[in-house]
Design a protein around this ligand. Sequence first.
Ligand code: 5GP
Ligand code: MN
Length: 376
Amino acid sequence: MVSQEDIERLRELLARPAQNIVIVSHTNPDGDAVGSSLAWREALLEMGHRVTCIVPNKYPYFLDWMTGIENLVLFKTDEAGVARRAVEESDLIFFLDFNAVSRLEGLSEVIESNTTARRILIDHHLSPGPGFDLMFSCTGSSSTSFLIYRILEKMLGTQAITRSMAESLYVGMMTDTGNFSFSFLTPELYRAVAVLVETGIDIPTIHNNVYNAFTEGRARLFGYAINRKMEVIHNGTVAYMSLLESEMRRFQFQPGDSEGFVNYPLTIKSMKLSAIFVATHKFIRVSLRSRGGVDVDLFARKYFNGGGHRNAAGGKSFYDDAGNHRAFQTIRSRVCRPGRFGLGRYGRFPLAGFITAAKTLNFTKCAEQLTFRSPL
Ligand code: 5GP
Ligand code: MN
C-alpha cells in the first residue's frame, strides 16, 4: 500500500530543513480532508517546516471543535491573500484526499502559477490525475487519514503520533468509513485504530462531536427530504431526492447539513443506488451512493464531471452545460405547477414528470441515466 521506496523519496523531499510547505485539500472539505490535513500539518511542523493548510471553502460546522482547525486557511474568504502568498513561496505542496487539481476550483490557478514546487499526492480516490512528482495513491485505503497514518508509521514510527494527531486521524477514518461500516475495513485499519486509542483519544466524545452536533433545522430538513422528496424507482432499487435553495433556506441550511442524507435510502433492503441533487446558485451538486457492484465512480465521471469511489462518488451538473436554456423556459411553464405541498415554484417532482422536471433544473443527464440507463 505504501512502498518503502516512496517513503524514502518522501524522506528525501523533506530532508532539507525549514521548508515552506502547503497542504491543500478538496472543495467542501469533509472529515477525512480536514482530519488528514491537520494531522499531516502537525507532523510537518514537528519536523521543523513552515506549514500552511489551505481548503477552497468552509468545512462543515460539526468539525469546528477539532484541535488546530483555526489554522486552516479558507481560500474563498481569504481577503488578506495568505493562501496565495503561501503557495507562491512554497517548496512543497501536498495534495490530500482528492485526485485532480481541478477540484480546487479557483484555487487551482494559484497552485498552477507555482511551477517549481514539488507536488505530492496522498489520496485514496480512483483515477489520480497527472502532474505529481510523488504519489501515494491507494484506492484500497478506506481514507486518506489511514494513508497518513501508514506514512507516519513507516517514516517516523508510531511513537511520533500525538494525541491531537490521533484525534484528527480518527475523525478521518471514522467519517470516511461511515463509522467503520463501509468497505476496506482491513485488520491493518483496526490495528491503526488501536494505536490511536493508545494515545488517549476519547472515541465517544469524538463520535458525539461529529454525529450529534446538528441543528434542529437540519433534523427537520432530513425528515422533510426523506418524507417529501425521496422518489423510489426501478422496483425499489434506485432512490433519488433533490433539495432546492428555497427548501434549504426554509430549514436554515448550513454547509454540511445535507451530509449523510444520500446514505439513508440505502437502509432500505432492496436499494442499490441512491442519489441526491443539491441546487446551488451556479450548479447542482450530485452525491451518489451504491451497494455492491454498482459503480457510481464511473457514473459520476461520465455524467457529472466528478468521481470518487465505486460505492460513493460525487460531482456537479452545470445549469447551462446541457445548453437547453430554451427548454428550461418552456418546460418550466408547462410542468411546474404550484407545489402540492407548497414547495415553491418547481413543485414536487412527480415520478411521471421527473424527466421533464429534471430538465427544468437541468438534471437532464442524471435524470435520463438514472431512469433509463442506470448501471444496474
Ligand atoms: P460526497 O458525495 O460525500 O460529496 O462525496 C463522495 C465521494 O466522492 C468522496 O470521496 C468525494 O471526495 C468524491 N467526490 C465528491 N464530489 C466530487 C467531485 O466533484 N469530483 C470528484 N473527482 N470527486 C468527488
Ligand atoms: Mn477521503
